[in-house]
Design a protein around this ligand. Structure first.
Ligand code: AHR
Length: 666
């Protein structure tokens, strides 16, 4: 090697060494942060972190609502959808074994159809329900079987209900004797002898003749709070573990409907289950890339059940109602202003249903359904993602009527589907002029948007409307893309953004990730906070971000600064801090989005702190990493004890991590 070449290599090595040392120095540079516990900047509202529930992705029917029979009442547009008769061929008229015919005769719109089963050869005829992509049954568990039945001509004496696994093997059964030609409700129990994620319910018959059937239903007996025909326990547990401050329901776009006729009408979702009129789910045909033709709303999970769920979780109920505008991404149908009254009346009646005395019409219905005490509803949302002058016009009418009768109810308005742009600007301007109490903002944006917008609310008018960040989620690919993933990069970006929500708790009073849940085989929209199949469920990395914030919401916002300014992503560091007056703790949330660890030196002003603290670290080495059924807690918080020295917390925040530090006040 000649001298000149050696010199060149030597110089390059020196440069490289210099760069490396420089980088190390930068990485090793300690960030001096100050937490000021002497002053409460603002109270943290109990509603700060809540949940947004919508029946999308099989979240209600096929999910939270534990009914296992799909199309139990034969009310789908195709009355036999979800049901098979493997030994009968309708088209060839080969009805030798038997056949079920849908009869449209009952007059109530909610219960028009039943089936008339003609059994010719009892040993050959089978009627099978496929469930919601199967039925999840667990070995040893008991299931409540019920149906409405009436004998017809002939001698059908018994119906045998058998749970079969994917191979068709029987894994549990019960036999029900039929009696009389009048309609009756029959109930029985099935114990499963094996576990299957994709079981089905098979009906066979003893004796030939005719039997009429309706409302064929199967529920696990082990439901949330043991309520008969109630909610799936594991899923509610995941929600409850978030300790949500509010429950927003029933959506989402489902509130609006693709057409006005298909909007969500709460009055049709209360009272006896069999009287609740089924409705096609708007997500059924929304995306050509994820068609779900068998997605309907049974409303077994209706408004009473939503209020009850909110109460169970200690969450404030927050219903959102149609304002007389169908989804503006679909038909955008409008109710004429002079025909808005029934919509407004729905809102007033809902308040009576939730809070009214049992002597009122709607309060009585709540009481008859088993809840004489009021639900103490404080919030109501008018419209979901509406925009433009037509929304403002309608909102004003609702606001006037609600405030005239119920001045204490807080009304939530909406700024449309996007966090910026002309619809947003217009909506915000108008709603600010109206002194709207709380405005709902939505943002489905790329991960970087969330990192870059941690200071979004720093400049909001402190005298203006309060903000409900009602739907947000980082999209790894693009909004509504089926390829979006609940990966660590998205979750970390949301965490960075959430420090900004918390730092602005004087303006931002409610927040919720969306959508909440998705069936692994029945989804339309991704990403989603919780994934489930018929047996199992898990929280995503995003879920654990939400949980860390929500479980550590504190009672008072306090400041955390670096050189007197907030941490909004300078050199990849974000932070917020709260005090919890109930536990006498300071809680600091730090997000490091850098690829290297960052040293912090936390000084506490206005409080003497204990020598030990707890840290909860959520991180992954891989920005693409996700939780899954195989690794449900792959990304989940890791707890550790750390020591303070002379009242200071010196520690390294790992690369690409959210860390929550909890320090006791002495
Ligand atoms: O969360 C999914 C959908 O996104 C909601 O229904 C709607 O409000 C938003 O556009």
């Amino acid at each position: 090697m000649n001298k000149r070449l050696m010199q060149q290599i030597g110089f390059q090595l020196l440069v490289l060494l210099g760069i490396t040392i420089g980088v190390q120095q930068a990485a090793a540079q300690t960030r001096a942060l100050t937490v000021d516990a002497s002053e409460s900047v603002a109270p943290i509202q109990p509603t700060m972190y809540g949940i947004f529930f919508e029946d999308i992705n099989f979240a209600a029917d096929g999910g939270l609502y534990a009914e296992m029979v799909k199309n139990r009442g034969f009310e789908f547009v195709d009355p036999m959808m979800g049901w098979q008769q493997p030994n009968s061929d309708r088209h060839s008229m080969n009805l030798e074994s038997g056949f079920a015919t849908a009869i449209k005769s009952k007059d109530s719109p909610a219960d028009q159809t039943y089936i008339q089963v003609l059994v010719n050869k009892p040993e050959g005829y089978e009627l099978i329900n496929e469930g919601f992509r199967g039925m999840g049954v667990e070995s040893g568990a008991d299931y409540l079987l019920s149906f409405e039945g009436a004998k017809g001509e002939g001698e059908v004496a018994q119906v045998v209900f058998t749970l079969i696994d994917e191979s068709g093997k029987a894994i549990g059964s019960t036999t029900v004797d039929l009696s009389g030609t009048d309609w009756k409700v029959y109930e029985a129990s099935i114990k499963a002898k094996a576990t299957s994620e994709k079981a089905k319910l098979k009906l066979t018959f003893q004796g030939a003749g005719i039997v009429n059937l309706d409302m064929v239903s199967l529920f696990p007996k082990d439901t949330w709070m043991g309520r008969e025909k109630g909610l799936r326990k594991d899923l509610v547990q995941l929600l409850n573990d978030l300790d949500p401050g509010f429950l927003r329901f029933p959506g989402g776009c489902i509130v609006e409907g693709r057409t006005l006729a298909r909007r969500y009408q709460w009055k049709k979702t209360v009272g006896p289950i069999e009287d609740r009129e089924i409705l096609v789910n708007r997500w059924n045909t929304e995306f050509a890339h994820r068609p779900t033709p068998d997605y309907f709303q049974s409303f077994g999970l209706g408004f009473f059940e939503y209020f009850q769920l909110a109460e169970d979780m200690g969450a404030a109920p927050m219903p959102i109602l149609s304002c007389g505008m169908a989804c503006q991404f679909n038909t955008a149908e409008l109710v004429p202003m002079d025909q808005l009254d029934p919509y407004v009346q729905d809102a007033l009646d809902l308040i009576e249903f939730a809070n009214g005395d049992v002597s009122t019409d709607w309060g009585k219905l709540r009481s008859d359904m088993g809840h004489p005490e009021p639900f103490n509803m404080k919030y109501i949302g008018i419209g979901n993602e509406q925009w433009g002058p037509e929304y403002i016009k309608r909102f004003k009418v609702f606001e006037k009527a609600i405030k005239a009768k119920y001045p204490e109810i807080i009304i939530i308005s909406g700024s449309g589907p996007f966090p910026d742009g002309e619809h947003f600007e217009y909506g915000m301007e108008q709603l600010s002029e109206l002194n709207s109490e709380i405005v709902d903002e939505h943002y489905y944006r790329p991960p970087n948007w969330f990192r870059e917008n941690a200071d979004r609310y720093d400049s909001y008018d402190r005298e203006g409307p309060k903000i409900f960040a009602g739907e947000y989620a980082a999209q790894s690919v693009a909004i509504a893309s089926p390829d979006n993933r609940n990966n660590w990069n998205c979750a970390l970006s949301e965490a960075a953004f959430m420090t900004g929500l918390e730092r602005n708790a004087d303006v931002v009073v409610m927040t919720s990730y969306a959508p909440l849940m998705a069936h692994a085989e029945g989804w339309q929209w991704t990403p989603d906070l919780i994934w489930f199949n018929n047996l199992e469920s898990y929280g995503t990395a995003n879920y654990y971000v939400q949980k860390l914030f929500s479980n550590n919401r504190g009672t008072d916002l306090i400041s955390i600064t670096e050189e007197d300014g907030p941490l909004t992503g300078q050199s990849d560091l974000y932070a917020s801090a709260v005090k919890d007056a109930n536990t006498n703790e300071l809680i600091i949330k730090v997000v490091n989005t850098a690829k290297t660890a960052q040293e912090i030196d936390l000084d506490f002003e206005g409080a003497k702190v204990a020598g030990k603290a707890m840290s909860y670290t959520l991180r992954s080495d891989d920005p693409e990493a996700v939780n899954s059924f195989e690794s449900p807690k792959g990304i989940s918080p890791v707890e550790a004890e750390i020591s303070l020295s002379k009242g200071r917390l010196r520690t390294a925040v790992p690369a690409e991590a959210l860390v929550v530090y909890k320090v006791k006040i002495k």
